[in-house]
Design a binder for this molecule. Sequence first.
Ligand code: ZN
Length: 457
Amino acid sequence: MEQEIHITLRFNLATGKAGLNEIVYKLKELRDPLMLKILEKVLMSYDDLISECLSRTDIYPSKARKGLGRHIRKGDPEGRFCRGRKIRKRGHRGRPRNFSTVFGKLKLPLRVAECRNCGAFYSPLLSALKVGRYARRETNFEHEVIESVIDTNYRRLIDGRSIDISLGGIHNIVIGSDIDDTFQKPVSVEDLSAIMADGTGVKQQEGRKGELRAVIGITKAGRVEPLGSFTNTAWPEIERNIKERIKEAEPYNIPFIYDGEPGLDDFLADVAESQRCAWHGPRGLYHSLWQDGLKKKYSQPETDKIKQLIGIELPEGDFEILKEEDKETVKSKYESSKAEIKELIKTFREKGYKNGASYLENISDRLFTNIEIWLKTGVIAPKTTSLLERLFREIGRRLKKIAWGWSDKAVTNISKMIMIRQYSRDKWEQYWKDKLGIKGYFDIEIMSVNLPSCKHF
Ligand SMILES: [Zn+2]
């Protein structure tokens, strides 16, 4: 049904004094309150229309009442819906219903209907708006809250628009999100060039320290594919969860990269080949030699040497494709490094550095399978430190900004949102569009904006 809204604006302009900046500034201030007024009028007219359709059954055919007037039968112990679609108008509710909207707080007077069949009193507008009996906000608002939390500027959202939402309210929006149930589509390992996992500490409720863990895939095109994030969840459980999302059962020789995190040695062993981050080698070797009784002064030259030997596997960026022309260089460096490390292990043994020798043996195995895979596939394993650390830093910064301990569920959800928005922008947009249910059932346009001619000229 087509209707019009007429808006009258009055302005006062100090001739010769008002500048562009001030005019725009004042118009900007008008934007949200104006939209709020328009929203109110549209909704009130919607309410009137519904009440008309349901009460004037002599005029409107049953087709016009389709989808309207759904309500629970009065006194029904099982809360079943009533079939009655005829009402008596019973005026407005004593108090308006409050909604948090993206334009600010809306106070909406609601019509009350009395069902002629069962006698129930209800507000038919609510079910038509698809907001549910207790909803106090609309989804655009929810979207903005979440975006602003991710951008860590939620303060501005609240302060700038007298939006009434507490930190607790934000927390509830994040917890109530269905982000956990979406983004569960199966992932094909075939499209991935690597899988990475790592964890980081987060401050939670009452200063409790929690552990946030994330698993991501790197696609062959070099994009990040979030696979999951978890709070205070054991690695075996995370593994089960990730496996459920992975299509294949057969093994693929893609590298699984991690930072020496305990408990990850056999993670996803069915589908990936695990590789400890090799640049932890020097630090680990220092520790092992220390266990052998070597002071830093004496272990330093050895750890430096290792740093040099494994230097071939430290590409600059997050992720790199090994160029064909570079393969030969990598290959010869790999062979000479391999020989030198073997030599070093032998020397350690001779000197009685038992821990140092077995540590080196252990990492060199991994290190060299690592390089062998690169040479074979041409894909250089990403430097987990930069990519995962950056991801965790971003999540951590946001959680800190909220300056308020979050529950497991909230930390999990917000980190998932940050990952998806950051790395799968298109999926993130689609998610909100689906959630908002934009289907073309409402359309509004500006018909005309006129200044009535001034009677003085
Ligand atoms: Zn009824």
